[in-house]
Design a protein around this ligand. Structure first.
Ligand code: ZN
Length: 389
């Protein structure tokens, strides 16, 4: 399984300016090449190489970076689905695609640039990388990341990494080829996971991960941010951005912790994991207006992704279930009624009298729906595996 792991670089000011100049020149070169490719109606990698390799080298790019620029441009035209050839625009009637095909593709000055092992080497023990730049090789550029990500990198990193600049910070996004365990084809039931606001996650096995502390921190962060935004000064904006980054890191750490524990429990007890369909989570989030400020649907999607890739790694089957009415259905008699849920925390069945914590009741429903989904196909129906960050 391929995972993309992102680490943050901590360059000295001098190193940072070398990185900046490098990214800038790579993207300038890509833009120049894109224009040339468009003018000559050439977009294949081989064609571009004949056309422009020597000129790219003359711009100061060494062999590998020049080839990466060639590939970046060729891939961008391929991704567009239309070769930049006048009069032949392919089957699509999409206007954006048509107009894009009529003008050269442009790259942002800070668009990501791939580096392979010849241009980038990792010293995991020292926590540094050595990277090619336009002003020579930079050695000892420090990086930092989540301990779990560092572990993945150390053991499974393969091939290229992208140099990325975002909000003034430098990152490397590295691809890891992580081995998977054969899936447990005969799970002993499913753990249902209910995702929510008051409780970030509640499992049908009775574990509850409270969101109280996180929500409180978010609320105070939000107040500080809006204060800073009102100020409107440059330094206030910078501080606001910094705070947003801190909040994202905190959420990620918590999501790593929760997903790890849920997957470990499923593995230990030979069960699979049932999650609500993540699209449904977004729907539900939209409904709860007063709490919108304390909650971001990306946080749920992230938790779902973390659970999915960790489960896949250890062979725990994972299914997604229809989220409709999981909170209104009685997990004992399956009577479904809005009035079964008189408050946020309480579930009381109007039909059989069953009383349960509302999130726990939902998680039981999710677990039994998971078992049904598994029964139909006996295979994982997991969310797409996407970056681990
Ligand atoms: Zn009931």
């Amino acid at each position: 399984m391929k995972l993309v792991v992102r680490v943050k670089l901590l360059p000295t000011p001098q190193q940072a300016s070398a990185l900046e100049a490098t990214l800038l020149i790579c993207n300038e070169a890509a833009n120049w090449l894109s224009t040339a490719a468009f003018a000559r109606r050439v977009a294949s990698r081989a064609g571009l190489q004949t056309l422009a390799y020597a000129q790219l080298r003359a711009l100061g790019l060494s062999a590998q970076p020049a080839l990466h620029v060639l590939r970046k441009v060729a891939d961008a035209y391929t991704a567009l689905g239309a070769q930049p050839r006048a009069g032949k625009l392919g089957p699509s009637k999409s206007t954006s695609r048509a107009s894009a095909a009529w003008k050269p593709i442009r790259f942002r000055a800070e668009a990501a640039q791939p580096f392979d092992d010849r241009c980038l080497s990792w010293q995991m023990d020292a926590g540094t990388v050595s990277i090619w730049t336009i002003s020579g090789r930079l050695k000892g550029v420090a990086f930092t990341g989540h301990p779990e990500h560092i572990q993945l990198l150390t053991r499974y990193r393969r091939g290229e990494s992208d140099l990325i600049r975002r909000n003034g910070q430098w990152y490397l996004a590295a691809t890891c080829d992580v081995p998977e365990t054969d899936e447990n084809g005969r799970p002993d039931g499913f753990i249902g996971v209910d995702l929510g606001i008051v409780n970030i996650a509640t499992t049908s096995t009775g574990r509850r991960y409270s969101g109280r502390r996180l929500n409180r921190r978010r609320e105070s962060d939000r107040r500080l941010r809006s204060k800073l935004q009102q100020k409107g000064s440059k330094s206030a904006k910078r501080r606001a951005k910094k705070h947003a980054g801190r909040e994202a890191r905190r959420t990620r750490d918590i999501n790593h912790k929760i997903s790890k524990q849920i997957v470990a429990e499923a593995q230990r007890t030979g069960r699979g994991i049932a999650l609500e369909d993540l699209g449904g989570i977004r729907e539900r989030v939209r409904l709860r207006k007063p709490q919108r400020a304390t909650l971001h649907s990306w946080a749920f999607h992230q938790l779902g992704r973390f659970i999915a890739y960790k489960a896949k790694r250890v062979g725990v089957p994972i299914v997604q279930v229809d989220p409709a009415h999981t909170s209104q259905e009685c997990s004992r008699c399956h009577h479904t009624d809005k009035r079964n849920r008189p408050s946020q925390a309480v579930f009381t069945c109007r039909s059989c009298g069953f009383v349960e914590h509302a999130d726990l009741n939902s998680s039981h429903n999710i677990a039994s729906r998971g078992w049904q989904v598994w029964g139909r196909g006996a295979k994982s129906v997991a969310p797409a595996l996407v970056p681990a960050t």
